[in-house]
Design a protein around this ligand. Structure first.
Ligand SMILES: Cc1cc2nc3c(=O)[nH]c(=O)nc-3n(C[C@H](O)[C@H](O)[C@H](O)COP(=O)(O)OP(=O)(O)OC[C@H]3O[C@@H](n4cnc5c(N)ncnc54)[C@H](O)[C@@H]3O)c2cc1C
Length: 393
């Protein structure tokens, strides 16, 4: 393994860690990618059947612009995969009230249009005709954006790890970091749970929701929150195919609800992009009856034929929340040789094609337009969530 730039040890093989490994290797670093599990780890946030890939970010043009860079790469990856893992179903963004200035839907529509995209505004009659699974009397306005859709995230991470191996990244499963090795204010490596010391010129901690456990001095800035996901197996498959039931958000900034069409295994997935509940990611991931009651209320008012079905599976998955909901990708100002790449705040996966570059720029201390947004910012207090699609109620 040649490493002209030195040796980078990346802790955590979710999408942040795996993309960083590829980019650093391409920049001639010697790279190790370590994770306690198999890769992908079943408990990682990235390990799921699907993640939304959307351009719409309300009035926050920076993320839309970043997605404009990521989308062609998603399509290019699709061409490289034996079968597509990015499904460009388009994204349906509906609301219960007419779109008004200041709302996520209106501002997303405005920004998309101003940037040359072609979001298609929908009337209740359009909604009824094109998307018959929806209760058109409840949802009266919104738009369909043909770019975007969903990525099969666990399979994408598995492919990234495979590619990393092919590029001679040392992918090390069953390797759990227990602590940093430090000398005179400089991080010189990591120590594993088994007591092994692994030396590095640069350590990149990309451990998602586990980050504040590993680096407790970040507990004031990064917080693990648990979010439920539900799977259904509808018998009427046609109604939930991607043309009639594309990836959607349902009044999302006021309800949190979003979901996915029938996938290759006959599953329709529904999630809630809300505040979640604070929980240790190593604690048992228990179901909350109130979360299910809220899901049933949503289904009854939105998808009449989905509402009576049993839940085929429920998963709990963890965000690593920052106070402002922007990612946290920067060099530790107190510890030379350490970069933290975490703080996904529940919306990081769609940026997979560009994340590695952002993280590698931080490792190499290169200027980049996003360095400021994702900077080390312990001063941000109290919480001030700025991800406009998220339900903060
Ligand atoms: C319910 C839910 C829905 C989401 N929906 C979307 C969506 O629709 N669209 C979207 O763009 N994003 C979405 N996200 C966000 C997305 O999943 C995350 O942004 C992304 O997966 C975070 O990746 P990560 O690499 O930071 O963390 P993870 O994928 O969690 O990876 C962290 C890794 O660190 C490892 N690790 C932990 N401790 C150690 C240790 N001590 N030593 C070594 N390794 C360790 C873990 O095993 C794990 O593999 C969603 C997240 C959740 C939870």
């Amino acid at each position: 393994m040649s490493g002209k730039q030195g040796k980078a040890v990346i802790v955590g093989a979710g999408v942040f860690g795996a993309t960083a490994a590829l980019e650093l290797r391409a920049r001639h670093w010697e790279v190790m990618l370590a994770d306690p599990g198999p890769v992908p780890h079943p408990m990682a946030a990235s390990t799921d059947i699907s993640k939304v890939v959307r351009l719409a970010y309300g009035s926050d043009e920076t993320y839309t612009q970043l997605m404009e860079e990521a989308l062609p790469i998603w399509r290019e990856w699709n061409r490289r995969w034996p079968e597509p893992l990015f499904h460009e179903t388009g994204v349906l963004t509906l609301t219960k009230t007419p779109m008004a200035p200041g709302t996520f839907e209106y501002e997303s529509y405005r920004i998309l249009e101003s940037r040359g995209h072609r979001p298609l505004q929908l009337t209740p009659a359009d909604i009824r005709k094109r998307f018959p699974g929806w209760k058109a009397r409840t949802y009266v306005d919104g738009f369909y954006q043909s770019e975007g859709g969903y990525a099969e995230s666990a399979r994408v991470v598995a492919w990234l790890a495979e590619l990393a191996r092919a590029m001679r990244v040392a992918v090390r499963p069953e390797t759990k970091m227990a602590g940093l090795v430090e000398r005179s204010g400089r991080v010189t490596g990591i120590q594993t749970r088994e007591g092994e010391r692994i030396a590095a010129d640069s350590v990149i901690v990309a451990t998602g929701a586990w980050t504040p456990k590993l680096l407790p001095y970040l507990a004031g800035s990064l917080k693990p929150t648990a979010h439920p996901l539900y799977h259904f197996r509808p018998p009427n498959k046609r109604l939930y195919c991607e043309t009639m039931f594309p990836v959607f958000t349902a009044d999302i900034s006021r309800t949190g609800w979003y979901g996915f069409p029938l996938n290759r295994d006959g599953i329709v997935k529904i999630g809630n992009h809300g505040t979640g509940r604070e929980l240790d990611p190593d604690e048992p991931r228990q179901r909350e009856p109130e979360e299910e009651a809220s899901l049933r209320r949503f289904l009854e008012e939105t998808f009449p034929t989905l509402a009576p079905l049993p839940i085929a599976e429920k998963r709990i998955c963890f965000y690593c929340d920052t106070r402002d909901e922007h990612f946290w990708i920067d060099r530790d100002p107190q510890r030379q040789g350490l970069v933290v790449a975490a703080g996904d705040s529940g919306h990081g996966f769609k940026f997979a094609p560009v994340l590695g570059r952002i993280i590698a720029d931080a490792v190499e201390d290169r200027p980049s337009p996003l360095r400021h947004r994702f900077r080390w910012r312990s001063e941000v207090h109290p919480p001030c969530g700025q991800e406009e699609s998220r339900y903060h109620g």
